[in-house]
Design a protein around this ligand. Structure first.
Ligand SMILES: Nc1nc2c(ncn2[C@@H]2O[C@H](COP(=O)(O)OP(=O)(O)O)[C@@H](O)[C@H]2O)c(=O)[nH]1
Ligand SMILES: [Mg+2]
Length: 217
């Protein structure tokens, strides 16, 4: 996968605006200020693909980026206290609509959690939602550069009881500053993209040609 080729595709503020899923999608989720834009920029080798904001939670949209044959989906951040109530309602309907739509080719969520702190109530709400709805996810612990070794060990230990099924979840420690975790995330995306390319191509072929090609063997 050539991450340098990633480019902005579209921004959707309403569920109805999101077109039917025509490619594999890999999404990034997390609370405002967790470092999601910085992470997306780092993975895609870009300074400004996803905006790194000093005003978190300003606009609530789902942003799609083209990355070769897949979409990278930037889900709107949550947990920003100053967001108006009607915006929170819009956030919830966007997220639940998107994540709850089983017709989408959503393969994996990278769920971001700030490594410095215990997961917030909203983080846990999201993680439980993913577990209950059987949406595959991995956890990315962000801003790892801000912790000393002892602090990291303490967080690793505490997370075992803070996050349900923690021992069964893939966890990646990440820093947009040092680049720690970048290759791990890229490898996961690469694996998904290469595993699924054939499935999608087959699904797009008309039924008849599929039957013919199996008969020929
Ligand atoms: N030290 C450090 N700071 C980070 C890291 N990632 C993000 N930040 C800072 O955290 C703030 C929020 O980052 P941003 O990417 O906009 O978060 P978002 O709201 O989740 O998109 C910014 O000031 C970033 O510079 C990281 O890995 N290490
Ligand atoms: Mg952002």
């Amino acid at each position: 996968m050539n991450y340098n080729l990633a480019k902005f595709h579209a921004s959707y503020g309403l569920l109805e605006q999101i077109p039917k899923s025509d490619r594999i999608e890999i999404a990034f989720s997390g609370r405002s200020n967790v470092g999601k834009s910085s992470l997306i920029n780092k993975i895609m080798n870009r300074k400004n693909l996803a905006r790194v904001s000093s005003m978190p939670g300003k606009t609530i949209t789902i942003n799609f980026y083209d990355l070769e044959n897949i979409y990278i989906v930037d889900l709107p951040g949550y947990g920003y206290a100053k967001v108006a109530k009607n915006e929170k309602v819009r956030w919830a309907s966007l997220i639940e609509g998107y994540l709850g739509d089983e017709s989408r080719n959503l393969m994996l969520i990278f769920q971001l959690v700030d490594m410095r702190h215990p997961p917030t109530k909203d983080d846990l709400h999201m993680i439980n939602f993913l577990i209950e709805n059987e949406i595959p996810f991995v956890i990315v612990l962000t801003k790892a550069d801000k912790l000393k070794t002892g602090e990291k060990n303490a967080r690793r230990e505490a997370l075992k009881t803070e996050i349900p099924y923690f021992d069964q979840i893939t966890v990646i420690e990440f820093s947009a500053v040092t680049g720690e975790g970048v290759e791990q995330i890229r490898e996961i995306i690469d694996d998904i993209a290469s595993e699924n390319i054939e499935d999608i191509e087959q699904a797009e072929e008309p039924k008849e040609s599929e039957t013919q090609s199996t008969e020929q063997t």
